[in-house]
Design a protein around this ligand. Sequence first.
Ligand code: UDX
Length: 429
Amino acid sequence: MSILIMGMGYVGLTTALVFSELGWKVTGMDPDERKINSLLQGALPFYEPGLGTLLKKHLHANMSFSSDPKTAVQQHSFVFLCVGTPSQTDGSANLGYIQQAAEWIGKYMQEYKLIVVKSTVPIGTQEKIARWIQDAQPLPIPFDVISNPEFLREGTALHDALSPDRIIIGSNSEQAAEQLKQLYVKLDCPVQITTPKTAEIIKYAANAFLATKISFVNELARFCDKIGVNISDVSEGIGMDHRIGKHFLRAGIGYGGSCFPKDVKALLFTAKEKQAQLTILEKVFQVNETQFLYFLDNLERQLASFQGKTIAILGLAFKPDTDDLRESPALSVIKSLVEKQAVVRAHDPVAKLPSTFLSDKVIQCETIEETVSQADAVILCTEWPEYRKTNWGELKKRMKQHYFFDGRNVLSSEQMSAWGFHYQGIGNR
Ligand code: UDX
């Protein structure tokens, strides 16, 4: 059995390398020749711990790459769709890349294919993909389209894909579902076989629920600020109840990344289309949109004004262990500070600010020391471990004023205050 993975983004490349590791022959296909050429040289197109080692291990053995859809489709029995489904301005998912991939499959297939959809797609897309394939076929050849959503997280992609909590298979054909199950036979986790539509909604519901937990705790943090209670203690206390669970209860400046913001919007868009209401999710979105503003308002009050102040931003990526800036709250914070005429000095261990952000008022520094030099305040936006390990007592001497705003509640309030900082997190006043 040979596997073709279309789309060499996070999900595609991780899935390809995980199947190689599980012993299957895999080809990764992407029309972007530059990406394919660099993968063929063993270079990852993004930062993700552990993936580079796996690429070097399997390259030219189990794992090969191609930018030619025709031979790629013809030479493989399983075709996984892992292409992007970015948000459009109205919140709906753009299915352009999915449609293109489906048309290639229809046009080039010469025998039965099992097509597996891993991209996060709106409810009902499996049916559309089947139609697009059929419409592109010069002659009718049988195929199945299965929905098999992916739940991996950036930063821990490899671990998540090799040790998943569950595998969801949405298929109209029992036989096709069994064939797909065989690919995962070495993984020890429950497998749920269901309908394609159910599998599609499971993916959205999982992300929407996790986003709900975060917005819930973020709004509760605002309340904790009012009543003088520490939100981290509340999260710890409620998280010990196994019905609630301790994960995704960390308050902060809001969720970002390529999934939660996009998937929440896409689900709200579909609900509107179907004239259904997802009231809770509407609020989840609103809380997240305003969380960094709530934080900045508090800071502005303390500093009297941001105008002319030098603010050090620690962390640009939407979370640690990735260089991904998509929907990163740090970027919203920087935009807002620039509007308020502050001078921004930013740092991230791996992520780089896009050139459109850089100016004489916004610079990216190489080291933490350089970033905080002459700063009036520090805003920690991403909880990279190095920020926790820094000797802030020492670095304080480089700063002009000693305001420290911890947007991820990761430093010790007691220790920072003992070092003489005006320290503030979220929900811990
Ligand atoms: C998410 C899902 O977790 C994953 O299952 C899905 O396949 C893709 O989307 P990812 O976006 O990589 O994964 O990161 P995740 O760890 O879920 O974090 C998303 C955002 O939520 C980050 O901005 C993170 O900082 C934030 N977050 C997470 C919080 O603010 N508080 C928390 O307690 C947890």
